[in-house]
Ligand binder design. Structure first.
Ligand code: S3P
Length: 441
């Protein structure tokens, strides 16, 4: 079956309202923490994408029961020692770095060997960033040259650790936090800024976790081995999925969009701050706090005179999954934009910094790179005609969706490969974009 799409018409102006799917980071954390609770958790608006389905299938292999009801999922946990790990088990994380890394934290007390495997893209990513700190708890971990498959055998004799997280990776920080909830005593973490959904969810469950924040670091203390009960959670929309629609609207002509009920946790809203610094006028309305997470409706309008940005480094982590889109906006802005210290971008589902640079060059934009810093020479008059093919050799969902936004706003005839990649994070993407009037074959 064909797995590409053709776009050869720009999207016409629209004025609409949409809801995007549930947040992926929070969905995976809800599945994992429900699996450690005592009793039944009821999760509304769980993202139904491959990354989350692989998480559900994996906890089932570990003895946890779940059921899908009409608009919620029920997950029954048996507490912090409730995984059945008395025999060797293989878990398939598919494309999900978040699940693969976080589940390792929860396996530090496994009784037998558990092996984590994943797809080609995940199998080329670095796992030493989680295996090294988890070894310090006393678990035994081995990998294939720091990549998957990773094998873990836990221990009954877990010991708390002091850990400094230096990459600004929420996946590493969360793997350590999840190991700490199983470990007696106090684990202390000093972490470079990154999304804090794990901390907020644990706090909302009454788990003894303390967080102190300063400008650059979070200091976290977890007192382990405290049981918690099953919980209810209503997952808000994903800002990383909303981001495609923010940029689509911004770069389209005379359009307006409202995106309902999106998670706007500060550790995730770098995209909004950056686009507003570039002269967008994106507004958050109807703000509410839900279990420590901030949720709001997002309003965005098209904008003609976008300007370049000297992007402050401290916004990198809160926009980490959105840089492909930010670069696209920089390409269509007046002036030279500069971005610094983007090494983590090449550690994602595909080497996104390398891919973005070749994408921008392909659409006629001058880019200068100096190691992990780039300068993009914007052209606010950029209009494309001619043919473009996006190979997407690592089947990266965000490369596919960003390419759709480029095709629908810049013109040209596009063949974009690996449509199925959207299933990992945002299966509804094409349906929603067609609802706004996009012509896609
Ligand atoms: C995620 C953290 C980020 C992000 C990923 C989801 C999470 O990765 O890129 O899409 O849910 O914790 P890193 O922690 O590796 O930066």
């Amino acid at each position: 079956m064909k797995n590409h799409i053709i776009i050869n018409k720009k999207i016409k102006s629209f004025n609409d309202e949409i809801s995007v799917s549930g947040d992926k980071s929070i969905s995976i954390r809800c599945v994992l923490l429900a699996s450690q609770s005592i009793g039944i958790s009821k999760i509304h608006n769980l993202l139904e994408s491959e990354d989350v389905i692989n998480s559900l299938k994996s906890i089932k292999k570990l003895g946890i029961k779940y059921k899908k009801k009409r608009d919620y999922h029920l997950i029954k946990g048996f507490g912090l020692n409730g995984f059945k790990t008395n025999k060797k088990i293989n878990l398939n994380a598919g494309n999900s770095g978040t699940f693969a890394r976080l589940i390792l934290g929860l396996l530090v007390n496994s009784r037998n060997e558990i092996k984590i495997v994943g797809d080609k893209s995940l199998s080329s990513r670095d796992f030493s960033r989680v295996t090294e700190p988890l070894k310090k708890f006393g678990a035994i971990l081995s990998s294939n040259k720091n990549s998957l498959p990773v094998k873990i055998i836990g221990t009954k004799f877990l010991r708390p650790i002091n850990y400094e997280e230096k990459l600004g990776s929420a996946q590493c920080k969360s793997a350590v936090i999840l190991a700490a909830i199983k470990t007696p005593g106090t684990t202390k973490i000093k972490a470079k800024k990154s999304r804090d959904h794990t901390e907020l969810l644990l706090k909302s469950l009454g788990f003894p976790i303390k967080v102190k924040k300063n400008k650059n670091f979070d200091f976290i203390e977890i007192n382990g081995q405290n049981d918690f009960r099953g919980f209810n959670y209503n997952i808000p929309g994903d800002i990383s999925s909303s981001a495609f629609f923010l940029v689509l609207t911004l770069l389209s002509k005379e359009s307006k969009l409202k995106i309902m009920n999106v998670n706007v946790n500060k550790s995730r809203t770098g995209i909004i701050k950056i686009l507003n610094m570039m002269n967008a006028n994106i507004l958050l309305k109807n703000k509410k706090v839900y279990k420590g997470e901030t949720v709001a409706d997002i309003y965005v309008k098209s904008k003609k005179n976008l300007k370049s940005i000297k992007c402050p480094k401290n916004l990198n982590s809160s926009a980490i999954d959105e840089f492909l889109l930010i670069f696209l906006v920089a390409a269509k802005s007046n002036g030279i934009s500069s971005f610094k210290d983007l090494s983590e971008l090449n550690k994602k589902e595909s080497p996104r910094l390398d891919i973005a640079i070749s994408f921008l060059k392909k659409i006629g934009i001058k880019v200068k790179r100096n190691k992990d810093d780039i300068k993009i020479y914007g052209n606010s008059k950029l209009e494309l005609n001619g043919k473009f093919i996006v190979e997407n050799f690592k089947k990266d969902h965000r490369v596919f969706m960003m390419s759709c936004v480029a095709a629908l706003t810049l013109g040209g005839e596009w063949k974009i490969n690996d449509k199925d990649s959207i299933n990992s994070s945002f299966p509804k993407f094409l349906k929603l974009i067609k609802k706004l009037g996009a012509k896609i074959n």
